[in-house]
Write a protein that binds this ligand. Structure first.
Ligand SMILES: [Zn+2]
Length: 199
């Protein structure tokens, strides 16, 4: 089968259409890059992958191989079928947005995952009038027994990946997170490209 390899440019987003049964491989090309991910029902984009409904489905803070993410209508949308990243992909944190960077002291515009999502969708002539919670691939948010969270540094090896199976016809969108203030993309503040393939 021919594989379509797509670049998610550094600090930018990219979206694609995926058929039910196809697999989506998201590659952490340089090992340090968080990739925010969204999935929408291709026939009704108001049905999207829901982090809160997914946690209620698999009863964990993060998915393990074999677990299915579900939509805001509680239907399976993406199943994690293979994962070489060694990372508990974060389901808790909202995608970054212009206001988040304002709170972090940025004066003026800063690239952000929220705007990257909508720009990527618009390249497919898709409009989603909301910003659903993101699945934050390769994002290390460790938790403690008393429920405290931290902004962890990346733990994945270069070239490691997460592989998903599409459970319905989808539009998927990814953002190479431009967060360069917190250490989630590494202490250097350097953000990089990542890749995905529809297989
Ligand atoms: Zn981000």
């Amino acid at each position: 089968m021919k594989t379509q390899l797509v670049t998610i440019p550094a600090r930018r987003g990219k979206a694609a259409r995926v058929h039910a049964g196809q697999r989506i491989r998201v590659v952490n090309t340089h090992g340090t890059q968080v990739v925010d991910a969204w999935a929408f029902n291709a026939r009704d984009v108001t049905e999207w992958m829901s982090m809160e409904a997914s946690r209620a489905r698999f009863m964990k803070l993060a998915a393990a191989v074999g677990d299915a993410f579900v939509t805001n209508q509680r239907r399976a949308i993406l199943t994690l079928v293979e994962d070489t990243s060694g990372c508990a992909h974060d389901t808790l944190m909202a995608p970054c947005d212009r206001w988040r960077y304002g709170l972090l002291g940025v004066d003026g515009y800063h690239d952000n995952c929220r705007d990257n999502l909508h720009a990527a969708l618009s390249e497919l002539d898709v409009l989603v009038p909301a910003t659903p919670p993101s699945l934050n691939l390769f994002m290390n948010i460790p938790w403690t027994a008393d429920g405290r969270l931290a902004w962890g540094e990346p733990v994945s090896a270069p070239g490691s990946y997460a592989l998903f199976r599409a459970e319905m016809d989808l539009i998927v969108a990814f953002s190479a997170c431009p967060q360069d203030i917190l250490p989630i993309n590494g202490r250097t503040g350097q953000t990089t490209e990542a890749h995905f393939a529809i297989e």
